[in-house]
Write a protein that binds this ligand. Structure first.
Ligand code: PLP
Ligand code: ZN
Length: 420
């Protein structure tokens, strides 16, 4: 590439710049480092037309992602469907609803493939041979799969009590899976120590500035798929809070580049009641995040007690006039079922959180009935099936005989279940 669109990192607090190496905090104030772009150079090259002419992956926005050469890992990630969800809109009581469906993101069925594609492409540019992560499940799946396809050695560290399918979905790729007896915060602390001692590329520790930018592609795609405009309301589930802040950033960047018209937008956050440090701060009218030492929720992918980007997520919500909600385990399961029964989309527990919280935001008037909302549905339901066990009933069982089927049908008709 002739032009240089990205060449350094910048502290979010003091603005000091740093070389684009595997570093993530400012030495002066411990502020997080963020990729810094030359928007003038990008604006002189990138157009809507050029983007539209490219392949259906997140890399169609390549100039706005922090790598220097061409992507080498996760080349097919992204460009998932934006589903016009009319039946869900009716059920939750809004004029229009869209589902950004990252349950079908390639290759590991969650939005984490986006962040990993950027982090591992950058890890290769920086010369790492071993990559790793601290994960609540989905990140581990994605690092394992994408590292396997890139021929990189990988280590994924997770809380030992994760869902079985999430564990299997890491093991199958031949990665090194380490279950830690403790919550995510303990896993994360250990990973910082390992990164320091062994010099591995931890996608969400020392490579975090690159990793985090991958989430912007969710927002870019939503705007392009809406016909190049910003949605009025967006509901985002939060673990560290990074995805929410990066969707905010994507809307601002496209406005600045003139790809969308400047228009007011509102970003709302969603968490589980059993681990709601960011939602609680927003509801309490403070940007002080009070850690949750012992998360207790079926939404394990969101269970981060000390969220790294919580402070900035609260800022994004308050600046845009957004609110936050949280959902109990019961409400999460109802949210999963509502999305499945209205739109035929099976989301993991985090998706149940988004749907349940969106419903509450409409009920409380934070999302007015006559406005539109985009729901970020971030992972597939087959990853967290145990959350539903005991909640869906079981199949009717009969002999292979028409008589038995007739009897079954009439019993269902009596109960009012079947429609003939
Ligand atoms: C990681 C994750 C999120 C949110 O991640 P942030 O840390 O807030 O960026 C949302 N949904 C799912 C399914 C996840 O795995
Ligand atoms: Zn600084």
């Amino acid at each position: 590439m002739a032009e240089k669109f990205f060449s350094k990192l910048k502290c979010r607090e003091c603005g000091r710049t740093y070389p684009a190496q595997a570093i993530h905090v400012c030495e002066f104030d411990f502020g997080p480092l963020e990729a810094d772009y030359d928007y003038k150079a990008i604006g002189s090259v990138l157009t809507r037309k050029l983007i539209e002419s490219r392949g259906d992956s997140m890399w169609r926005y390549r100039e706005l992602l922090p790598i220097e050469g061409e992507p080498t890992v996760g080349k097919q990630v992204g460009f998932t469907p934006l589903v016009k969800a009319d039946r869900l809109a009716k059920a939750i009581g809004v004029k229009a609803c869209y589902v950004k469906n990252d349950t079908v993101n390639h290759p590991t069925l969650s939005f984490k493939d986006r962040v990993v594609a950027v982090a591992l492409s950058r890890a290769r540019e920086l010369g790492f041979k071993v990559v790793a992560c601290a994960s609540t499940g989905n990140l581990a799946n994605s690092v394992a799969a994408n590292a396997a396809s890139a021929g990189l050695e990988s280590w994924v560290l997770i809380p030992a009590d994760l869902e079985q399918n999430k564990v299997m979905n890491s093991l199958v790729y031949g990665t090194n899976v380490v279950g830690i007896e403790g919550a995510y915060d303990a896993v994360n602390r250990l990973c910082s120590e390992i990164a320091g001692k062994y010099g591995w590329g931890f996608v969400n520790v020392n490579l975090r500035p690159y990793y985090a930018e991958g989430s912007k592609t969710v927002g870019y795609e939503v705007m392009e798929q809406l016909g190049w405009r910003i949605p009025r309301h967006t509901v985002v589930c939060m673990a560290s809070g990074s995805l929410l802040t990066k969707i905010d950033k994507s809307y601002k960047e496209f406005t600045q580049l003139g790809f969308v018209e400047k228009s007011p937008f509102v970003i709302h956050g969603a968490q589980a009641t059993g681990c709601n440090p960011i939602s609680a701060a927003r509801k309490g009218g403070t940007d002080l995040i009070r850690p949750v030492p012992h998360p207790k929720t079926i939404a394990k992918s969101l269970a981060i007690g000390t969220p790294a980007d919580g402070y900035y997520a609260v800022k994004s919500m308050s600046r845009t006039g957004g609110w936050a909600e949280d959902a109990t385990d019961e409400e999460i399961i109802e949210g999963i079922q509502l999305l499945a029964e209205t739109e035929g989309i099976f989301a993991e527990t985090a998706g149940g959180v988004t749907v349940a919280c969106a419903k509450k935001l409409v009920e409380t008037g934070k999302i007015p009935h006559d406005e539109e909302v985009v729901l970020c549905i971030t992972g597939h339901g087959l990853k967290t099936v145990e959350a539903l066990s005991g909640h869906l009933g079981s199949p009717s069982k009969i002999k292979p005989s028409l008589k038995d089927f007739d009897a079954l049908l009439s019993s269902k008709l009596v109960k009012g279940h079947a429609k003939v």
